[in-house]
Design a protein around this ligand. Structure first.
Ligand SMILES: Cc1ncc(C[n+]2csc(CCOP(=O)(O)OP(=O)(O)O)c2C)c(N)n1
Length: 573
Protein backbone atom coordinates (compact mmCIF):
# COMPACT_ATOMS: atom_id res chain seq x y z
CA UNK A 1 0.00 0.00 0.00
CA UNK A 2 1.18 3.52 -0.80
CA UNK A 3 2.47 5.39 2.24
CA UNK A 4 2.76 9.03 3.14
CA UNK A 5 4.03 10.87 6.18
CA UNK A 6 1.94 12.44 8.92
CA UNK A 7 2.33 15.95 7.49
CA UNK A 8 0.90 14.90 4.11
CA UNK A 9 -1.84 12.91 5.82
CA UNK A 10 -2.74 15.97 7.88
CA UNK A 11 -3.00 18.15 4.76
CA UNK A 12 -5.17 15.64 2.95
CA UNK A 13 -7.58 15.19 5.83
CA UNK A 14 -7.91 18.98 6.06
CA UNK A 15 -8.65 19.08 2.32
CA UNK A 16 -11.23 16.31 2.62
CA UNK A 17 -13.01 18.22 5.37
CA UNK A 18 -13.08 21.51 3.47
CA UNK A 19 -10.54 23.43 5.56
CA UNK A 20 -9.45 26.47 3.52
CA UNK A 21 -7.21 28.34 5.95
CA UNK A 22 -5.27 27.43 9.05
CA UNK A 23 -4.90 30.29 11.50
CA UNK A 24 -1.91 29.46 13.64
CA UNK A 25 1.07 30.40 15.75
CA UNK A 26 4.12 28.13 15.45
CA UNK A 27 6.13 25.89 17.71
CA UNK A 28 9.18 23.74 17.00
CA UNK A 29 7.09 20.56 16.88
CA UNK A 30 5.29 21.92 13.81
CA UNK A 31 8.44 22.17 11.68
CA UNK A 32 7.73 19.38 9.20
CA UNK A 33 4.06 20.34 8.95
CA UNK A 34 4.90 23.94 8.11
CA UNK A 35 7.55 22.95 5.57
CA UNK A 36 5.23 20.44 3.89
CA UNK A 37 2.35 22.91 3.71
CA UNK A 38 4.68 25.52 2.18
CA UNK A 39 5.86 22.95 -0.39
CA UNK A 40 2.29 22.01 -1.35
CA UNK A 41 1.34 25.66 -1.76
CA UNK A 42 4.38 26.54 -3.82
CA UNK A 43 3.77 23.61 -6.14
CA UNK A 44 0.09 24.54 -6.48
CA UNK A 45 -1.15 21.35 -4.83
CA UNK A 46 -4.45 21.57 -2.93
CA UNK A 47 -3.66 22.58 0.63
CA UNK A 48 -5.09 25.02 3.20
CA UNK A 49 -3.27 28.35 3.40
CA UNK A 50 -1.43 29.13 6.62
CA UNK A 51 -2.36 32.47 8.17
CA UNK A 52 0.18 33.42 10.80
CA UNK A 53 -1.39 35.27 13.71
CA UNK A 54 0.91 36.89 16.23
CA UNK A 55 -1.14 35.69 19.15
CA UNK A 56 -3.07 32.47 19.66
CA UNK A 57 -6.24 34.17 20.87
CA UNK A 58 -6.26 36.19 17.63
CA UNK A 59 -5.77 32.95 15.65
CA UNK A 60 -8.73 31.24 17.34
CA UNK A 61 -10.92 34.32 17.07
CA UNK A 62 -10.04 34.68 13.37
CA UNK A 63 -11.10 31.04 12.85
CA UNK A 64 -14.34 31.90 14.69
CA UNK A 65 -14.95 34.81 12.29
CA UNK A 66 -14.02 32.71 9.26
CA UNK A 67 -16.54 30.02 10.19
CA UNK A 68 -19.33 32.56 10.64
CA UNK A 69 -18.82 33.62 7.02
CA UNK A 70 -17.65 30.42 5.28
CA UNK A 71 -19.59 27.82 7.27
CA UNK A 72 -16.54 25.56 6.90
CA UNK A 73 -14.83 23.70 9.77
CA UNK A 74 -11.68 25.29 11.08
CA UNK A 75 -8.25 24.17 12.23
CA UNK A 76 -6.12 26.29 14.54
CA UNK A 77 -2.56 25.15 15.21
CA UNK A 78 -0.66 26.23 18.31
CA UNK A 79 2.48 25.32 20.18
CA UNK A 80 1.85 22.67 22.83
CA UNK A 81 0.85 23.72 26.35
CA UNK A 82 2.08 27.28 25.96
CA UNK A 83 0.14 28.06 22.80
CA UNK A 84 -2.88 26.36 24.33
CA UNK A 85 -2.80 28.56 27.41
CA UNK A 86 -2.63 31.61 25.15
CA UNK A 87 -6.12 30.89 23.72
CA UNK A 88 -7.58 32.56 26.77
CA UNK A 89 -11.12 33.82 26.49
CA UNK A 90 -11.22 33.20 22.73
CA UNK A 91 -11.93 29.56 23.54
CA UNK A 92 -14.86 30.44 25.77
CA UNK A 93 -16.28 32.57 22.92
CA UNK A 94 -15.82 29.69 20.45
CA UNK A 95 -17.60 27.29 22.78
CA UNK A 96 -20.61 29.56 23.30
CA UNK A 97 -20.59 30.37 19.60
CA UNK A 98 -20.80 26.66 18.67
CA UNK A 99 -17.73 27.01 16.45
CA UNK A 100 -16.50 23.78 14.80
CA UNK A 101 -12.78 24.16 15.26
CA UNK A 102 -10.03 21.63 15.80
CA UNK A 103 -7.36 22.93 18.10
CA UNK A 104 -4.24 21.09 16.99
CA UNK A 105 -1.40 21.33 19.51
CA UNK A 106 1.83 19.43 19.91
CA UNK A 107 1.95 17.37 23.05
CA UNK A 108 4.64 18.81 25.31
CA UNK A 109 7.84 18.00 23.38
CA UNK A 110 10.10 15.55 25.14
CA UNK A 111 13.64 16.37 26.14
CA UNK A 112 13.03 20.04 26.74
CA UNK A 113 13.33 20.07 30.49
CA UNK A 114 15.87 17.35 31.04
CA UNK A 115 15.96 17.41 34.80
CA UNK A 116 12.40 16.48 35.48
CA UNK A 117 9.51 14.80 33.80
CA UNK A 118 8.43 17.18 31.14
CA UNK A 119 4.71 16.69 30.72
CA UNK A 120 2.22 19.12 32.15
CA UNK A 121 -0.06 17.39 34.67
CA UNK A 122 -2.63 17.06 31.96
CA UNK A 123 -2.35 19.24 28.85
CA UNK A 124 -5.99 18.83 27.84
CA UNK A 125 -7.16 19.83 31.29
CA UNK A 126 -6.61 23.50 30.63
CA UNK A 127 -9.21 23.48 27.84
CA UNK A 128 -11.52 20.69 29.00
CA UNK A 129 -14.11 23.10 30.32
CA UNK A 130 -14.64 24.61 26.89
CA UNK A 131 -14.41 21.79 24.32
CA UNK A 132 -16.68 18.97 23.14
CA UNK A 133 -13.83 16.49 23.30
CA UNK A 134 -10.11 16.52 24.05
CA UNK A 135 -7.60 13.82 23.36
CA UNK A 136 -3.88 13.17 23.11
CA UNK A 137 -3.03 10.93 20.17
CA UNK A 138 -1.24 7.79 21.43
CA UNK A 139 1.53 5.90 19.62
CA UNK A 140 -0.75 2.96 18.81
CA UNK A 141 -3.54 5.09 17.34
CA UNK A 142 -4.07 5.91 13.69
CA UNK A 143 -3.68 9.65 13.37
CA UNK A 144 -6.12 9.82 10.44
CA UNK A 145 -8.85 8.00 12.34
CA UNK A 146 -8.46 10.27 15.33
CA UNK A 147 -8.45 13.41 13.18
CA UNK A 148 -11.59 12.31 11.31
CA UNK A 149 -13.33 11.66 14.61
CA UNK A 150 -12.29 15.16 15.68
CA UNK A 151 -13.80 16.67 12.52
CA UNK A 152 -16.97 14.61 12.95
CA UNK A 153 -17.33 15.69 16.57
CA UNK A 154 -16.65 19.38 15.94
CA UNK A 155 -18.84 19.57 12.82
CA UNK A 156 -21.90 17.75 14.15
CA UNK A 157 -24.65 19.93 15.61
CA UNK A 158 -24.36 21.46 18.10
CA UNK A 159 -20.93 22.26 16.70
CA UNK A 160 -18.06 23.15 18.98
CA UNK A 161 -14.31 23.11 19.57
CA UNK A 162 -12.28 19.89 19.84
CA UNK A 163 -8.76 19.77 21.25
CA UNK A 164 -6.19 17.33 19.88
CA UNK A 165 -2.65 17.07 21.22
CA UNK A 166 -0.18 15.05 19.15
CA UNK A 167 3.32 13.77 19.91
CA UNK A 168 5.73 15.35 17.44
CA UNK A 169 7.10 11.91 16.41
CA UNK A 170 3.88 11.01 14.59
CA UNK A 171 4.42 13.68 11.94
CA UNK A 172 7.48 12.16 10.17
CA UNK A 173 6.16 8.60 10.54
CA UNK A 174 5.04 6.79 7.38
CA UNK A 175 1.44 5.67 7.37
CA UNK A 176 -0.87 4.00 4.86
CA UNK A 177 -2.53 6.31 2.35
CA UNK A 178 -6.28 5.74 2.46
CA UNK A 179 -9.28 7.19 0.64
CA UNK A 180 -10.74 9.91 2.83
CA UNK A 181 -14.48 10.67 2.88
CA UNK A 182 -15.31 14.17 1.56
CA UNK A 183 -17.26 16.50 3.83
CA UNK A 184 -20.61 17.79 2.53
CA UNK A 185 -19.64 21.31 3.60
CA UNK A 186 -22.46 21.70 6.11
CA UNK A 187 -22.55 20.52 9.71
CA UNK A 188 -24.03 17.10 10.31
CA UNK A 189 -27.44 17.23 11.95
CA UNK A 190 -28.50 14.29 14.07
CA UNK A 191 -31.78 15.83 15.22
CA UNK A 192 -34.62 13.31 15.49
CA UNK A 193 -37.50 13.42 12.99
CA UNK A 194 -40.08 16.12 13.68
CA UNK A 195 -42.74 15.29 16.23
CA UNK A 196 -45.85 16.66 14.54
CA UNK A 197 -48.05 16.20 17.60
CA UNK A 198 -45.76 18.53 19.56
CA UNK A 199 -45.65 21.06 16.73
CA UNK A 200 -49.46 21.04 16.61
CA UNK A 201 -49.48 22.05 20.28
CA UNK A 202 -46.94 24.79 19.63
CA UNK A 203 -49.14 26.08 16.81
CA UNK A 204 -52.17 26.10 19.15
CA UNK A 205 -50.23 28.03 21.77
CA UNK A 206 -49.11 30.58 19.17
CA UNK A 207 -52.65 30.99 17.81
CA UNK A 208 -54.10 31.49 21.28
CA UNK A 209 -51.38 33.90 22.38
CA UNK A 210 -52.10 37.59 22.63
CA UNK A 211 -48.48 38.64 22.34
CA UNK A 212 -46.41 35.86 20.84
CA UNK A 213 -42.76 36.60 20.28
CA UNK A 214 -40.16 34.80 18.15
CA UNK A 215 -36.55 34.92 19.34
CA UNK A 216 -34.01 33.37 16.97
CA UNK A 217 -30.47 32.88 18.29
CA UNK A 218 -28.19 31.27 15.73
CA UNK A 219 -30.70 30.25 13.06
CA UNK A 220 -28.88 32.59 10.65
CA UNK A 221 -25.92 30.21 10.48
CA UNK A 222 -28.14 28.55 7.88
CA UNK A 223 -29.02 31.42 5.53
CA UNK A 224 -32.10 29.63 4.20
CA UNK A 225 -33.79 30.04 7.59
CA UNK A 226 -34.07 33.81 7.11
CA UNK A 227 -36.88 33.51 4.53
CA UNK A 228 -38.43 30.68 6.59
CA UNK A 229 -38.57 32.90 9.67
CA UNK A 230 -40.09 35.75 7.67
CA UNK A 231 -42.86 33.41 6.55
CA UNK A 232 -43.46 32.11 10.06
CA UNK A 233 -43.58 35.63 11.56
CA UNK A 234 -45.92 36.87 8.82
CA UNK A 235 -48.21 33.85 9.19
CA UNK A 236 -48.73 34.30 12.92
CA UNK A 237 -48.15 38.08 12.98
CA UNK A 238 -45.53 37.91 15.69
CA UNK A 239 -42.63 40.30 16.23
CA UNK A 240 -39.11 38.93 15.98
CA UNK A 241 -36.45 40.03 18.46
CA UNK A 242 -33.21 38.64 17.16
CA UNK A 243 -30.30 37.50 19.29
CA UNK A 244 -27.20 39.65 18.71
CA UNK A 245 -24.87 37.03 17.25
CA UNK A 246 -26.13 36.23 13.72
CA UNK A 247 -28.16 37.95 11.00
CA UNK A 248 -31.38 36.01 11.57
CA UNK A 249 -34.09 38.34 10.32
CA UNK A 250 -34.03 41.48 8.14
CA UNK A 251 -33.96 44.50 10.41
CA UNK A 252 -36.08 46.48 7.93
CA UNK A 253 -38.96 43.99 8.01
CA UNK A 254 -42.09 45.49 9.61
CA UNK A 255 -42.20 42.64 12.15
CA UNK A 256 -38.59 43.17 13.27
CA UNK A 257 -38.67 44.16 16.93
CA UNK A 258 -34.98 44.87 17.52
CA UNK A 259 -31.81 43.03 18.45
CA UNK A 260 -31.54 41.69 21.94
CA UNK A 261 -29.36 43.92 24.08
CA UNK A 262 -26.95 42.89 26.77
CA UNK A 263 -26.82 44.11 30.31
CA UNK A 264 -25.23 47.52 30.54
CA UNK A 265 -26.59 48.68 27.22
CA UNK A 266 -28.68 51.78 27.15
CA UNK A 267 -31.85 49.93 26.31
CA UNK A 268 -33.70 46.95 27.64
CA UNK A 269 -35.38 44.41 25.40
CA UNK A 270 -38.65 45.63 23.96
CA UNK A 271 -41.40 43.03 23.53
CA UNK A 272 -39.85 40.49 25.91
CA UNK A 273 -41.63 41.59 29.04
CA UNK A 274 -45.06 41.64 27.33
CA UNK A 275 -44.79 38.30 25.57
CA UNK A 276 -47.14 35.54 26.73
CA UNK A 277 -45.65 32.92 24.38
CA UNK A 278 -41.94 33.06 23.52
CA UNK A 279 -40.76 30.83 20.71
CA UNK A 280 -36.98 30.65 21.12
CA UNK A 281 -35.25 28.99 18.18
CA UNK A 282 -31.61 27.87 18.27
CA UNK A 283 -31.22 30.25 21.12
CA UNK A 284 -28.46 30.54 23.70
CA UNK A 285 -28.95 33.19 26.27
CA UNK A 286 -26.61 36.08 25.49
CA UNK A 287 -23.70 36.71 27.83
CA UNK A 288 -25.68 38.94 30.18
CA UNK A 289 -29.17 39.74 29.02
CA UNK A 290 -30.51 43.19 29.76
CA UNK A 291 -33.62 43.94 31.79
CA UNK A 292 -36.85 43.03 30.06
CA UNK A 293 -36.91 39.26 30.50
CA UNK A 294 -40.05 37.25 29.73
CA UNK A 295 -42.54 37.42 32.61
CA UNK A 296 -42.91 34.48 35.01
CA UNK A 297 -46.21 33.48 33.36
CA UNK A 298 -44.80 33.42 29.83
CA UNK A 299 -44.94 30.10 28.05
CA UNK A 300 -41.42 29.59 26.72
CA UNK A 301 -40.99 27.06 23.91
CA UNK A 302 -37.49 26.23 22.82
CA UNK A 303 -36.60 24.56 19.54
CA UNK A 304 -32.96 23.62 19.10
CA UNK A 305 -30.70 20.77 18.05
CA UNK A 306 -29.60 20.81 21.67
CA UNK A 307 -32.45 22.36 23.65
CA UNK A 308 -31.11 21.21 27.02
CA UNK A 309 -27.52 22.27 26.24
CA UNK A 310 -26.38 18.79 27.19
CA UNK A 311 -22.62 18.47 27.44
CA UNK A 312 -22.18 22.20 27.77
CA UNK A 313 -22.14 24.25 30.94
CA UNK A 314 -25.57 25.01 32.26
CA UNK A 315 -27.06 28.04 30.65
CA UNK A 316 -30.28 29.06 29.07
CA UNK A 317 -33.41 30.53 30.50
CA UNK A 318 -35.39 27.44 31.14
CA UNK A 319 -38.44 26.67 29.02
CA UNK A 320 -41.85 25.09 29.40
CA UNK A 321 -41.38 22.94 26.32
CA UNK A 322 -38.10 21.70 24.87
CA UNK A 323 -38.16 20.48 21.29
CA UNK A 324 -35.17 18.65 19.91
CA UNK A 325 -35.33 19.54 16.22
CA UNK A 326 -33.46 20.97 13.27
CA UNK A 327 -34.81 24.50 12.82
CA UNK A 328 -34.52 24.24 9.03
CA UNK A 329 -37.23 21.59 9.18
CA UNK A 330 -39.18 22.74 12.23
CA UNK A 331 -39.81 26.34 11.09
CA UNK A 332 -41.48 25.51 7.74
CA UNK A 333 -43.38 22.61 9.32
CA UNK A 334 -44.75 24.93 12.00
CA UNK A 335 -45.72 27.52 9.39
CA UNK A 336 -47.58 24.86 7.41
CA UNK A 337 -49.49 23.70 10.50
CA UNK A 338 -50.39 27.29 11.39
CA UNK A 339 -51.68 27.94 7.87
CA UNK A 340 -53.87 24.88 8.07
CA UNK A 341 -55.24 25.80 11.49
CA UNK A 342 -55.86 29.50 11.00
CA UNK A 343 -59.48 30.28 10.26
CA UNK A 344 -60.35 33.28 8.05
CA UNK A 345 -61.72 35.07 11.17
CA UNK A 346 -58.51 34.47 13.10
CA UNK A 347 -56.43 35.59 10.14
CA UNK A 348 -58.42 38.83 9.94
CA UNK A 349 -57.83 39.35 13.68
CA UNK A 350 -54.12 38.72 13.23
CA UNK A 351 -53.97 41.30 10.43
CA UNK A 352 -54.89 43.93 13.00
CA UNK A 353 -52.02 42.82 15.21
CA UNK A 354 -49.72 42.99 12.20
CA UNK A 355 -50.83 46.55 11.48
CA UNK A 356 -50.17 47.52 15.11
CA UNK A 357 -46.72 45.92 15.04
CA UNK A 358 -45.87 47.52 11.71
CA UNK A 359 -46.63 50.98 12.98
CA UNK A 360 -44.67 50.30 16.22
CA UNK A 361 -41.74 49.18 14.06
CA UNK A 362 -41.91 52.31 11.88
CA UNK A 363 -42.16 54.55 14.95
CA UNK A 364 -39.26 52.82 16.64
CA UNK A 365 -37.05 53.21 13.58
CA UNK A 366 -37.97 56.84 13.22
CA UNK A 367 -37.08 57.47 16.86
CA UNK A 368 -33.72 55.77 16.39
CA UNK A 369 -32.92 57.92 13.34
CA UNK A 370 -34.08 61.12 15.04
CA UNK A 371 -31.96 60.34 18.08
CA UNK A 372 -28.86 60.01 15.89
CA UNK A 373 -29.65 63.11 13.83
CA UNK A 374 -30.24 65.16 16.97
CA UNK A 375 -26.66 64.31 17.96
CA UNK A 376 -25.07 65.39 14.70
CA UNK A 377 -23.32 68.31 16.35
CA UNK A 378 -22.92 66.91 19.84
CA UNK A 379 -19.44 66.77 21.34
CA UNK A 380 -18.06 64.53 22.76
CA UNK A 381 -19.28 62.42 19.89
CA UNK A 382 -22.35 60.21 20.36
CA UNK A 383 -22.06 56.51 19.41
CA UNK A 384 -25.50 56.83 17.76
CA UNK A 385 -24.11 59.48 15.44
CA UNK A 386 -21.06 57.35 14.59
CA UNK A 387 -23.17 54.30 13.71
CA UNK A 388 -25.67 56.42 11.79
CA UNK A 389 -22.80 57.85 9.69
CA UNK A 390 -21.43 54.37 9.12
CA UNK A 391 -24.83 53.19 7.92
CA UNK A 392 -24.70 55.87 5.21
CA UNK A 393 -21.34 54.65 3.93
CA UNK A 394 -21.69 50.88 3.77
CA UNK A 395 -23.62 48.71 1.33
CA UNK A 396 -26.04 45.87 2.06
CA UNK A 397 -23.34 43.22 1.61
CA UNK A 398 -20.96 44.83 4.13
CA UNK A 399 -20.15 42.53 7.03
CA UNK A 400 -20.64 44.38 10.32
CA UNK A 401 -19.13 43.02 13.53
CA UNK A 402 -20.45 44.67 16.65
CA UNK A 403 -18.92 44.30 20.07
CA UNK A 404 -19.88 47.42 21.85
CA UNK A 405 -20.83 46.51 25.43
CA UNK A 406 -22.40 49.55 27.12
CA UNK A 407 -23.03 51.11 23.70
CA UNK A 408 -24.46 48.04 22.00
CA UNK A 409 -27.80 49.66 21.13
CA UNK A 410 -26.11 52.24 18.86
CA UNK A 411 -24.76 49.72 16.37
CA UNK A 412 -27.83 47.50 16.26
CA UNK A 413 -30.34 50.35 16.04
CA UNK A 414 -28.57 52.55 13.53
CA UNK A 415 -27.25 49.94 11.11
CA UNK A 416 -29.73 47.87 9.12
CA UNK A 417 -28.76 44.42 7.92
CA UNK A 418 -30.87 42.41 5.54
CA UNK A 419 -28.54 39.96 3.82
CA UNK A 420 -27.34 36.60 5.24
CA UNK A 421 -24.13 36.60 7.25
CA UNK A 422 -23.76 40.39 7.26
CA UNK A 423 -24.08 40.85 11.01
CA UNK A 424 -21.76 39.18 13.48
CA UNK A 425 -21.82 39.52 17.25
CA UNK A 426 -19.84 37.96 20.08
CA UNK A 427 -21.68 35.01 21.61
CA UNK A 428 -19.98 35.25 24.99
CA UNK A 429 -18.07 37.37 27.45
CA UNK A 430 -14.48 37.68 26.28
CA UNK A 431 -14.50 41.15 24.86
CA UNK A 432 -11.53 40.96 22.50
CA UNK A 433 -13.61 39.21 19.86
CA UNK A 434 -14.41 41.73 17.10
CA UNK A 435 -10.81 42.37 15.98
CA UNK A 436 -9.65 38.81 15.31
CA UNK A 437 -13.12 37.87 14.04
CA UNK A 438 -13.00 40.76 11.53
CA UNK A 439 -9.68 39.43 10.26
CA UNK A 440 -11.16 35.95 9.81
CA UNK A 441 -14.32 37.33 8.16
CA UNK A 442 -12.26 39.32 5.66
CA UNK A 443 -10.07 36.32 4.87
CA UNK A 444 -13.28 34.34 4.22
CA UNK A 445 -14.91 37.09 2.14
CA UNK A 446 -12.13 38.99 0.35
CA UNK A 447 -14.59 40.84 -1.90
CA UNK A 448 -16.69 42.29 0.90
CA UNK A 449 -16.19 45.33 3.06
CA UNK A 450 -15.75 44.27 6.69
CA UNK A 451 -16.35 46.75 9.51
CA UNK A 452 -15.64 46.06 13.16
CA UNK A 453 -17.16 48.33 15.82
CA UNK A 454 -15.69 48.00 19.29
CA UNK A 455 -15.39 49.76 22.59
CA UNK A 456 -11.92 50.90 23.65
CA UNK A 457 -11.42 48.31 26.39
CA UNK A 458 -12.36 45.53 23.99
CA UNK A 459 -10.14 46.95 21.26
CA UNK A 460 -7.09 46.66 23.51
CA UNK A 461 -8.00 43.09 24.54
CA UNK A 462 -8.30 42.36 20.82
CA UNK A 463 -4.54 42.77 20.58
CA UNK A 464 -4.37 45.38 17.79
CA UNK A 465 -0.76 44.74 16.70
CA UNK A 466 -1.26 40.96 16.54
CA UNK A 467 -4.51 41.46 14.57
CA UNK A 468 -3.37 44.23 12.23
CA UNK A 469 -0.14 42.52 11.23
CA UNK A 470 -1.89 39.60 9.46
CA UNK A 471 -4.46 42.02 8.05
CA UNK A 472 -1.61 43.87 6.29
CA UNK A 473 0.52 40.83 5.50
CA UNK A 474 -2.26 38.70 4.01
CA UNK A 475 -3.99 41.64 2.31
CA UNK A 476 -7.15 41.21 4.36
CA UNK A 477 -7.99 44.83 5.17
CA UNK A 478 -10.94 45.78 7.36
CA UNK A 479 -12.18 48.93 9.03
CA UNK A 480 -12.04 49.07 12.79
CA UNK A 481 -14.08 51.76 14.52
CA UNK A 482 -13.44 52.39 18.21
CA UNK A 483 -16.30 53.88 20.21
CA UNK A 484 -13.88 55.26 22.73
CA UNK A 485 -15.50 56.32 26.00
CA UNK A 486 -12.08 56.07 27.66
CA UNK A 487 -13.62 53.94 30.31
CA UNK A 488 -14.78 50.52 31.40
CA UNK A 489 -18.26 52.01 31.17
CA UNK A 490 -20.11 48.78 31.82
CA UNK A 491 -18.30 48.20 35.11
CA UNK A 492 -19.05 51.75 36.14
CA UNK A 493 -22.75 51.24 35.37
CA UNK A 494 -22.78 47.95 37.24
CA UNK A 495 -21.25 49.50 40.34
CA UNK A 496 -23.84 52.25 40.20
CA UNK A 497 -26.64 49.74 39.86
CA UNK A 498 -25.44 47.74 42.84
CA UNK A 499 -24.25 50.54 45.11
CA UNK A 500 -26.31 53.52 44.05
CA UNK A 501 -26.04 56.25 41.46
CA UNK A 502 -22.97 58.43 41.84
CA UNK A 503 -21.06 55.78 43.81
CA UNK A 504 -18.12 56.39 41.49
CA UNK A 505 -18.13 60.12 40.74
CA UNK A 506 -15.82 61.23 37.92
CA UNK A 507 -13.11 62.43 40.29
CA UNK A 508 -12.84 58.90 41.76
CA UNK A 509 -13.07 56.95 38.52
CA UNK A 510 -9.33 56.61 37.98
CA UNK A 511 -8.66 55.42 41.53
CA UNK A 512 -11.53 52.95 41.18
CA UNK A 513 -9.93 51.57 38.02
CA UNK A 514 -12.87 52.14 35.70
CA UNK A 515 -11.29 54.86 33.55
CA UNK A 516 -8.87 54.24 30.69
CA UNK A 517 -7.50 57.75 30.71
CA UNK A 518 -5.46 59.19 29.19
CA UNK A 519 -6.26 56.98 26.19
CA UNK A 520 -3.38 55.52 24.20
CA UNK A 521 -2.89 56.74 20.64
CA UNK A 522 -4.66 53.85 18.90
CA UNK A 523 -4.53 55.62 15.54
CA UNK A 524 -0.74 56.02 15.92
CA UNK A 525 -0.37 52.33 16.78
CA UNK A 526 -2.40 51.48 13.66
CA UNK A 527 -0.15 53.66 11.51
CA UNK A 528 2.90 51.95 12.98
CA UNK A 529 1.39 48.65 11.76
CA UNK A 530 1.01 50.01 8.23
CA UNK A 531 -2.70 50.80 8.57
CA UNK A 532 -4.60 54.05 8.10
CA UNK A 533 -5.21 55.59 11.53
CA UNK A 534 -7.16 58.67 12.60
CA UNK A 535 -8.39 60.04 15.90
CA UNK A 536 -11.71 61.90 15.77
CA UNK A 537 -12.86 64.30 18.45
CA UNK A 538 -15.55 66.31 16.72
CA UNK A 539 -18.93 65.15 15.45
CA UNK A 540 -18.54 66.96 12.12
CA UNK A 541 -15.37 64.98 11.36
CA UNK A 542 -17.03 61.59 11.76
CA UNK A 543 -18.57 61.22 8.30
CA UNK A 544 -15.59 62.49 6.23
CA UNK A 545 -13.03 60.51 8.23
CA UNK A 546 -15.05 57.29 8.04
CA UNK A 547 -15.44 57.88 4.31
CA UNK A 548 -11.69 58.29 3.86
CA UNK A 549 -11.02 55.24 6.03
CA UNK A 550 -13.38 53.11 3.93
CA UNK A 551 -11.66 54.31 0.75
CA UNK A 552 -8.37 53.17 2.24
CA UNK A 553 -9.83 49.77 3.09
CA UNK A 554 -11.29 49.41 -0.39
CA UNK A 555 -7.80 50.22 -1.71
CA UNK A 556 -6.28 47.42 0.34
CA UNK A 557 -5.16 49.11 3.56
CA UNK A 558 -6.66 48.31 6.97
CA UNK A 559 -7.99 51.35 8.81
CA UNK A 560 -8.57 52.27 12.44
CA UNK A 561 -10.73 55.22 13.41
CA UNK A 562 -10.59 56.05 17.10
CA UNK A 563 -13.62 58.16 17.98
CA UNK A 564 -13.42 59.88 21.33
CA UNK A 565 -16.99 59.79 22.51
CA UNK A 566 -19.41 60.29 25.33
CA UNK A 567 -17.89 59.25 28.64
CA UNK A 568 -21.08 58.25 30.37
CA UNK A 569 -24.24 57.11 28.74
CA UNK A 570 -27.71 56.80 30.18
CA UNK A 571 -28.28 53.58 31.99
CA UNK A 572 -31.26 51.28 31.87
CA UNK A 573 -30.87 50.51 35.57
C1 LIG B 1 -11.48 39.61 28.76
C2 LIG B 1 -12.44 40.23 29.74
N1 LIG B 1 -11.95 40.82 30.86
C3 LIG B 1 -12.79 41.42 31.75
C4 LIG B 1 -14.15 41.39 31.54
C5 LIG B 1 -15.12 42.04 32.55
N2 LIG B 1 -15.74 43.22 31.93
C6 LIG B 1 -16.97 43.18 31.40
S1 LIG B 1 -17.39 44.61 30.68
C7 LIG B 1 -15.92 45.33 31.06
C8 LIG B 1 -15.62 46.73 30.62
C9 LIG B 1 -15.50 46.78 29.13
O1 LIG B 1 -15.00 48.02 28.72
P1 LIG B 1 -15.13 48.47 27.22
O2 LIG B 1 -14.81 47.35 26.32
O3 LIG B 1 -14.37 49.73 27.04
O4 LIG B 1 -16.70 48.75 27.04
P2 LIG B 1 -17.61 49.74 27.89
O5 LIG B 1 -17.91 49.03 29.15
O6 LIG B 1 -16.86 51.01 28.12
O7 LIG B 1 -18.83 49.93 27.07
C10 LIG B 1 -15.12 44.45 31.77
C11 LIG B 1 -13.78 44.79 32.31
C12 LIG B 1 -14.61 40.71 30.39
N3 LIG B 1 -15.90 40.57 30.12
N4 LIG B 1 -13.74 40.16 29.51
Amino acid sequence: MEKYDGAEAFIEICNANGVEKIFFNPGGEMGLLLATIAKYRIHGKPCPQLILCLDESVALTAAHGHYMISGKPQVVMVHSELGTLQFGGALHNAQWGRIPVILWAGAQPSGQRVNWKNEPYDQGMSVRNCVKWDHTIEADENMLDVLQKAFDTAYTEPCGPVYLAYPRDIIPEKIDRVDLPRSSGVPVSVAPPLDNAVLEKVADALIEAENPLIVPGCTGRYPETIAMLVELAETICAPVVSGPVWMNFPTTHPLFGGIEQILGSRKGNPYMADADVVLAIDYDVPYVAAPGLPGPEANVIQIDVDPLTAGRPLWGRGANTYIDADSRKAIPALTAILRRKLTPEKTAELRQRCARLESAHAKQRQEWRETAESRAKQNPVSPDWVCYCLSKLIDEETIVLHHTISQSASATEQIDRTRPRTLMGCPAGSIQWALGAALGAKVAAPDKLVVSIMTDGGYVWGNPVASLWPSVAYEAPFLSVILNNQSYGFIKLLVERNYGEGSIPDRMAFEAGVDIMPAADYAGIAQACGAYGRTVEKAEEVLPVLKEAIENVRNGRPAVVDIRGERQIESVF
